[in-house]
Design a protein around this ligand. Structure first.
Ligand SMILES: Nc1ncnc2c1ncn2[C@@H]1O[C@H](COP(=O)(O)OP(=O)(O)OP(=O)(O)O)[C@@H](O)[C@H]1O
Ligand SMILES: Cc1ncsc1CCO
Ligand SMILES: [Mg+2]
Length: 265
């Protein structure tokens, strides 16, 4: 399989897709800035009254349950149904799956509403979604991404979607296909919203690349490489957060190809 990482990033910046996010209070601002920095166009909209209209004009819908409550869940379901109606890709970030019963129940309701194109979470979240009895530490993972390969395969099969598990190695599964992305730095776990940004950026790639496996790999590689570039500038979490945004905007398609470490199994 040939990966078109450079072409995908070039096309993303040329098309600047509108990415509709129903996301959490913690990361809303940072995620919008990450989407702008990479060259996409973000909008955050969760009101039941408008989600359908917003999905209609967006290139992708990103659902993130980070700070969920019943009225938001209603908006998420309505938006997901609209995405099916209009043929828009849905990205689901199951933030905190395995931490509380409410999150687990809500996720099963959302997954019964519509199948996403991509589920992107950390290892604990993916294991919990696949039914393993794991306790997620709030929103932080207590497991290794590579240990969740079977869980990712199970979810990919069950929902007919791509599954991307973040961690030291990002694991991307689409049916029988598996890719490992070895980029990134551990400082990324010390800044909130890096995973949420990974999901939002995946939304931007899904909006311009029909092949979901390739879109998910492109997003994971972009995140990891930009993390490494930011780490060259600073080793402290506060300034890293800013440096990461700068890297998203500065990284050239050629650098992405040169620095991405992708293993196709
Ligand atoms: N130990 C690590 N080494 C290198 N990169 C990492 C490591 N852990 C995570 N990453 C990278 O950090 C990004 C976020 O992944 P992470 O697993 O922390 O998401 P998350 O737990 O969903 O984050 P959050 O919920 O805070 O948004 C990904 O791009 C991932 O590749
Ligand atoms: C810290 C936190 N709590 C709920 S959502 C969120 C952002 C990272 O997932
Ligand atoms: Mg997360």
């Amino acid at each position: 399989m040939k990966l078109n990482l450079a072409e995908n990033l070039t096309e993303l910046r040329a098309k600047s897709p509108l990415v509709h996010n129903i996301t959490n209070f913690v990361v809303m601002n940072y995620t919008a800035n990450a989407l702008l920095a990479i060259g996409a166009s973000p909008v955050m909209a969760h009101a039941v009254e408008e989600v359908e209209d917003m999905v209609a004009i967006a290139g992708a819908l990103v659902i993130n349950i980070g700070t969920l409550s019943p009225i938001w869940v209603e908006g998420m379901k309505k938006a997901m149904l609209a995405a099916v109606k209009f043929g828009k890709p849905i990205i689901l970030d199951p933030v905190g799956a395995g931490a509380t019963a409410y999150r687990n129940v809500t996720l099963s309701e959302l997954l019964n509403t519509a199948s996403p194109s991509l589920i992107r979470g950390n290892a604990s979240e993916i294991l919990a979604l696949a039914g393993s009895n794991i306790q997620t530490k709030g929103v932080d993972s207590t497991a290794n991404s590579t240990d969740s390969l079977q869980a990712a395969k199970l979810l990919s099969e069950k929902y007919g979607c791509v599954v991307s598990v973040s961690g030291a190695t990002d694991v991307i599964v689409s049916g029988e296909k598996v890719a490992y992305v070895d980029n990134g730095v551990s400082l990324m776990t010390k800044v909130t919203g890096m995973g949420c940004s990974a999901s939002a950026i995946a939304g931007a790639f899904f909006a311009i690349q029909e092949d979901g496996f390739e879109a998910a790999i492109s997003a994971a590689a972009m995140m990891g490489v930009c993390g490494e570039k930011a780490f060259e500038k600073t080793k402290s979490p506060g300034s890293f957060q800013i440096a990461f945004l700068d890297s998203l905007s500065e990284l050239s398609p050629e650098e992405l190809v040169e620095l991405a470490v992708v293993r196709l199994l």
